[in-house]
Design a protein around this ligand. Structure first.
Ligand SMILES: [Zn+2]
Length: 466
């Protein structure tokens, strides 16, 4: 029996040696794209040579990464691995490059005059946008049950009424079927009532039903607007505006509806007692991107992004807890799937002051892996810009990586205004040298330590004035 097992093992080991060529990206043998180039990467035997469309490409250890220009129409890409003994193996990919379709502009259909058109949000985190397009900026993510008054429709979007100079739009799939009535629902709102606890300051308004609100930050000022809260068509000013001024840097802030109240909350700026341990007792949320069935990007030798994210996150969690005495919560500490919005909910439920989401990058088609790589951070709200910048600068210096920028981008994990939310793309799986570094324990540790250092620096610059 033992002998048979040994022979079987040898056969499998031998078979694996013979044909290593595997194309990891593009994942499909035939696909259609709009981009003018594509990158191809995959696994080969360590001592093989690789040709793509007869051009010899560099083999890194046991994989290759290459970028190829695409012409309009069909592009046949032939990848050949030649082993040391001369044996060849070829794989063919067909990519069709297409003309990008132009977005058709739909006409605007206004509601009938003297009628009221109303609907409610039916999902949490329902985005209100600046234009009638999913690509336009988000104004705010609304919870379920918000009453909206609409003035018209354009394509899949409804325009929200009485928002002043700016336009607000919401997708039809996020609201109940709009209904026509003759009058608005009567509404009352109380004067603001203030309270606080250890972590937040609160300003509470008792309100008849939940309405649209926005909160805008301008450095140390927050402007809350509650829309349409003063009744009657003759009311001169329908919106309630409330200004919050802070002497300290503004950290997390949010608006929530709770038991008939609208609660506007702002996180307290920490008072640092021990400058050697500035993160002591602070609540930090660490999110290891992807997990379980969601692998994230796939490296040229099929190591998934989720694995690198978790490795760095675990090291960072450990450093923050043991060395810094921070109160750390996290989305996952094993290889499990966690829904994106569940991660945001977890950060909020744990009253985190800062949320850091850890990812590693890959490239979309059309970009050259040898040109675009390095370390980059992401923010969406002004209150996270500084922490994102500090982390990026330190990672570039400490890990000696190319600067991939401080990026303004709407992502689920950088969109919340409370906690202060940032997302990090430590390095690129599509850049060979970074992909090899990511597999090193030492590099993962240096990344974690650089992020820890950045959080210390950030909190020291924003601590409350005494
Ligand atoms: Zn990712």
């Amino acid at each position: 029996m033992k002998k048979i097992l040994l022979i079987l093992t040898l056969i499998f080991a031998f078979a694996a040696q013979v044909f290593a060529l595997e194309i990891v990206e593009p994942a499909d043998k035939s696909s259609s794209v709009y981009s003018d180039s594509t990158h191809v990467y995959g696994t080969v035997n360590p001592e093989s040579t690789v040709h793509i469309n007869s051009q010899k490409v560099k083999v890194w250890k046991d994989f290759f990464v290459h970028s190829i220009p695409l012409k309009m129409g069909n592009n046949k890409i032939t990848i050949t691995e030649t082993k040391k003994n001369g044996a060849k193996k070829t794989k063919v990919i067909n990519i069709t490059r297409m003309e990008e379709p132009k977005e058709e502009v739909q006409p605007f259909i206004a509601k009938e005059p003297h009628t009221i058109w109303t609907a409610k949000t039916i999902k949490d985190y329902a985005p209100v946008r600046e234009k009638a397009s999913g690509k336009s900026n988000r104004v705010i993510d609304l919870p379920k049950g918000i009453v909206l008054y609409l003035s018209g429709k354009q394509g899949d979007y409804y325009k929200i009424e009485e928002t002043g100079e700016t336009e607000f739009w919401i997708n039809k799939n996020l609201i109940s079927t709009p209904t026509l009535t003759d009058c608005r629902m009567p509404i009352t709102i109380s004067a603001p009532e203030k309270s606080y606890d250890n972590l937040y300051d609160y300003t509470k308004f008792a309100i008849s039903y939940p309405v649209l609100y926005t909160i805008k930050q301008n450095d140390k000022t927050l402007k809350l607007t509650l829309y349409g809260v003063y009744g009657g068509p003759e009311a001169e000013k329908r919106n309630l505006e409330y200004t919050y001024n802070s002497k300290d840097t503004i950290l997390g802030y949010d608006g929530v509806y709770s038991n008939g109240d609208f609660v506007f909350k702002t996180a307290k700026t920490p008072v640092i007692k021990n400058p050697d341990k500035p993160l002591e007792g602070l609540r930090i949320f660490i999110d290891a991107g992807h997990g379980g069935k969601d692998t994230g990007a796939m490296g040229p030798t099929k190591i998934p992004e989720k694995k690198f994210n978790l490795a760095i996150a675990l090291k960072l969690i450990d450093l923050l807890q043991k060395e810094e005495g921070a109160i750390v919560s996290y989305s996952r500490n094993t290889d499990v799937f966690v829904d994106l919005y569940k991660r945001v909910d977890l950060a909020k439920q744990n009253d985190a002051l800062i949320s850091v989401s850890i990812h590693n990058n890959s490239l979309p088609q059309g970009e050259n892996p040898y040109i675009k790589h390095g370390t980059g951070t992401y923010y969406y709200n002004y209150n996270a810009k500084n922490v994102a910048l500090t982390i990026k600068n330190n990672l570039v210096t400490d890990l000696k990586l190319k600067d991939d920028g401080l990026n303004y981008k709407s992502l689920v994990l950088d969109r919340a205004t409370d906690p202060v939310s940032t997302l990090i793309e430590v390095a690129y799986l599509t850049y060979p040298e970074e992909y090899m570094l990511l597999q090193e324990d030492k590099f993962q540790m240096e990344a974690a330590d650089s992020i820890r250092k950045s959080l210390r620096e950030f909190i020291l610059t924003v601590q409350a004035k005494k």
